[in-house]
Design a protein around this ligand. Sequence first.
Ligand code: UT7
Length: 335
Amino acid sequence: MERLGMALVGCGSALPAASVSNDQLSGRVDTTDAWIRSRTGITARRVASAEESLTVLASRAAAAALAHAGWQPEDVDLILLATSSPDDLFGSAPRVQAAIGASRAVAFDLTAACSGFLFALITASQYLASGSMRRALVIGADQLSRWVDWDDRSTCVLFGDGSGAVAVEACPGEANGLLGFKMRSDGSRNSCLTLAQLNQYEPLLEGLTTQRGGFSPIQMNGQEVYKFAVREVPAILAELLEATATDAAQLDWLLLHQANQRILDAVADRFAVPHERVLSNLAHYGNTSAATIPLMLDEAVKDGRVQSGHLLASSGFGAGLSWGGALLRWTGPQA
Ligand code: UT7
């Protein structure tokens, strides 16, 4: 069967209401606005209340993408929810499916930390390319505020909560919005960034000790992850540009995972992309993990920066370690 392309036809996002500034945080943990701003570019982050569950935020983003694409809920065949902080370890995507009334869609979670949205978008493209599904909602949503140690200044200042979604549909080759992709994992460096099981044990029977479920807060070797990002992201994007015979000068935008402004600037400099062509909103939201890329895309589409036909080089990177790149063309409507 001929392989189809994937058009990006709608987007949406949702954020918790409460914004917590660096100054507010410095009253809670030993840090300063000056340190956070100069080392990361972050000035505030959104933090979800108890009522703003992952499912609530993801469903709001998905409903917004659905409306932007002009679809009915029953048009959707597939819902992929990229998240590392589900409300339920069995998966939160089916609850999103129910919340938006997408009764025909199969819905499941995909976990790849900050690479999750990009990996989910690429996964969705394969179902569409094969002709087995026509329309998908790809959501990136995380609430790492629930999994940081608020007394650990080396991690708690970095993360925020949020959700973004993109509506994609199978299309003929000439309308294709995913022009190429690369994905990588390196589990040998897994310990650099973890949200791992607690070491809690329970003797169950003679000779059988089980482990109790539960997770310890996020632990990160920031310097190692930083070095990984500034080495691997330019390398994978260079491979992607070469594989697609694309010159960096042809790119309208760099759409990178929003972890640290210094990382965004370093990647842009490597490709001589002017900094004003690097999409950035981490000053307001911090690192929202799987949500950063669709959240940023939604903001830039809705405010008119990203226009129909624009070419974007995107990269997600983080825990796993995992990283990936995708060359995208926005093919959907504007605001
Ligand atoms: O989405 C997943 C991907 N994650 C990332 O991409 C994160 C990558 N890493 C980074 O962005 C940076 O490594 C950080 C922003 C996390 C840290 O910046 P850094 O320039 O690497 O700082 P550092 O870890 O080397 O720490 C420098 C100093 C240390 O003090 P000493 O030992 O020099 O006295 C830290 O204890 O800064 C101290 N420090 C802080 N001070 C005030 C660490 N966190 C804080 C803080 N406030 N929040």
